[in-house]
Design a protein. Structure first.
Lengths: 336, 277
């Protein structure tokens, strides 16, 4: 019984939140790793791309809610995601046309594009705040819980409660579908293969008749899709605030690098590594340990390794460790 | 690219941190010519006629150099290091701007076309290095070779597999895991997938063992005997001239000797100055 209670407490406070957060990071890191692999630079504007796409989805959600359209138990925002993706794709494609293409045409070294993406980041930053403001925005509706704490206690008779929020379940299901679709696209379709070919060897792709500008356009559209979905899921699960999305850049980059930059599989693994470390290190383990350990060994303190305020330090630590000991990342992306 | 501080867009400073930059596989700038092909009947099937030019705004490397190949023939470009052999072939393929001269293929003047458009006109080009997609499987490499085709490519792929049986065995393996000789087979196979009208090979035997080299030459002869003209740059001059219907010896970007492969091998001048007696 103690063991079961320990496991339920662990699931409730660590496993389930980390799986949801990990899925969101994985989707974010996939976008970063695609830009890195195909456009060859780390896109510092990715967090704000997420913020912009989510903002468009939120505006559409409010519109739908005002019109009385809802999805019943599911959040209305799911219906608004396609609008968010369209808005986000329009923004990144316009940015590429006006900014990145100029440097690409001259084959500027990638570090120039990194700096350029920082400028783009500030512009996106301003656009989002100009339209929706810097504050928290509420847009979640529908059922709050898939299983709530009381139901779970009544069902199982365990002392520990377990709650699964519907947004956590939606996050996982959506992430699975999106990742499966992305891998199918990259490995099975002609366009997807041409993207991998372009990433591998630009000149040879050109000689094979692959249109580089088309590859780049498709990449941006996919990135806009991934960023918007990741952003909406994160916003539903936690909260939408433009600054929080900018801050997400760090764990997302850490996830992409830990997994191996340029490797989509690595981005997913990296997302979960970062999420589990962040949640695990900032969780107070006292409750779980009290159930598991015999009386005399029970901890007195909270057994919380880091205060939640320091959660960003976790991404940094992992980043440093990976760069020191396995610079290619877990899945052997490009050597960092 | 050695352009120095005066050109900030290409300065390598700060560009070596792989956590933010990924120059691997990045393309090189190509001349941006976008003209049309004009009819130009007569003459050999493919000819780079009196070509003069160099890379970008740099000095001329080719000086009135002429290279031609006809149907069913193998033409070989040989010469000492730095003679402009590869440059001559790249000029035929449109990878540098010609100041003078013209390139004609199958009765059309294609001098104003970009390399991509020349591929669509029927040129199959195998670069000397980076000529395969290392992270793609052998089969995907061939599929990408046929990217511009909308028809069924399976028959062509079978022909490539018949020509290079080892590739059929390794079709699911990433091309980057293959040996040097097998990679060259993938590279040639990729170029054949467009069903080109002419095949151009830039040092196909660079870095492979003598046995593999003989094997590759046999395959190249087989391709040429099927009616597809082959234009080839070769470092191994003697072996290359032995299989050549036409040979071009270049020295400092100029045609030094031209003739059948056998004539050139017999030419005392060529032997003394170039083949080592």
């Amino acid at each position: 019984m103690d063991f079961l209670n320990a496991f339920v407490a662990l699931s409730n406070f660590v496993l389930i939140p980390a799986i949801a957060y990990g899925s969101q990071l994985a989707l974010g890191a996939l976008g970063v790793t695609l830009v890195y692999g195909i456009l060859r630079f780390s896109n510092f504007a990715h967090g704000d791309t997420m913020a912009f796409g989510t903002m468009v989805a939120i505006l559409a959600t409010w519109g739908l809610q005002a019109a009385g359209v809802t999805l019943g138990p599911l959040p209305t925002a799911l219906l608004a995601i396609p609008v968010g993706i369209l808005g986000c794709a329009a923004l990144v494609l316009a940015t590429d046309r006006l900014v990145y293409r100029f440097y690409r045409a001259q084959k500027a070294v990638p570090v120039i594009l990194v700096i350029v993406s920082m400028g783009v980041m500030f512009i996106y930053n301003g656009i989002t705040r100009f339209i929706i403001g810097p504050d928290d925005q509420a847009f979640a509706d529908g059922a709050r819980f898939l299983i709530n704490a009381r139901q779970f206690r009544e069902m199982t008779g365990l002392a520990e409660p377990l709650a699964i929020r519907s947004t956590q379940a939606i996050t996982l299901v959506t992430a699975l579908i999106v990742v499966a679709a992305l891998f199918w696209f990259l490995n099975r379709t002609k366009t997807g293969k041409s993207m991998r070919a372009y990433s591998d060897n630009e000149d040879l792709a050109l000689l094979s008749g692959i249109d580089p500008e088309r590859v780049v356009r498709v990449t941006w559209i996919i990135v806009a899709g991934l960023a918007t979905i990741a952003g909406v899921l994160y916003g539903l699960d936690k909260t939408y605030k433009p600054f929080t999305y900018f801050q997400l850049l760090l764990p997302i980059f850490a996830a992409a690098i830990v997994g191996g930059l340029g490797s989509p599989l690595g981005a997913i693994a990296g997302g979960f590594v970062i999420a589990f470390s962040e949640v695990g290190l900032t969780y107070a383990w006292k409750k779980v340990l009290t159930y598991l350990l015999p009386g005399p060994l029970e901890p007195d303190g909270l057994v919380q390794l880091l205060a939640t305020d320091y959660k960003f330090a976790v991404s940094f630590m992992i980043l440093v460790i990976v760069l020191l000991f396995r610079p290619t990342g877990l899945f052997r992306g490009k050597s960092v | 690219m050695g352009l120095g501080m005066s050109d900030p867009l290409h300065d390598d400073r700060g560009n070596r941190d792989r956590s933010i930059t990924n120059p691997a596989g990045q393309g090189a700038p190509l001349p941006g010519h976008r003209g049309r092909a004009r009819p130009a009947p007569g003459g050999p099937f493919l000819i780079g006629d009196a070509m003069t030019g160099g890379y970008g705004r740099g000095a001329d490397i080719l000086h009135g150099c002429t290279i031609a190949v006809d149907r069913g023939e193998i033409a070989v470009i040989v010469g000492p290091n730095g003679a402009g052999k590869s440059t001559a072939m790249k000029a035929v393929f449109g990878m540098l701007s010609l100041r003078e001269g013209a390139v004609r293929l199958d009765g059309e003047d294609i001098s104003a076309l970009s390399p991509q458009d020349r591929v669509k006109k029927g040129m199959g080009f195998v670069p000397q290095t980076s000529n395969i997609f290392t992270s793609l499987s052998v089969e995907e490499n061939l599929e990408m070779g046929a990217f511009i085709r909308d028809d069924d490519i399976r028959e062509t792929m079978e022909q490539v597999f018949d020509l290079f049986p080892i590739l059929r065995e390794k079709r699911r393996q990433p091309a980057g895991e293959l040996s040097g000789g097998q990679r060259q087979q993938v590279a040639v196979g990729r170029a054949l997938m467009t069903k080109p009208k002419v095949l151009m090979l830039d040092e196909p035997t660079a870095g492979v063992s003598p046995i593999v080299m003989d094997e590759l030459f046999d395959r190249i002869i087989e391709v040429a005997r099927s009616g597809l003209p082959v234009l080839m740059v070769e470092q191994n001059a003697r072996q290359a001239l032995e299989i050549a219907d036409k040979g071009y010896v270049l020295v400092q970007g100029r045609n030094a000797h031209t003739g059948t492969g056998r004539d050139l091998l017999a030419d005392p001048d060529v032997r003394r100055s170039f083949l080592g007696g």
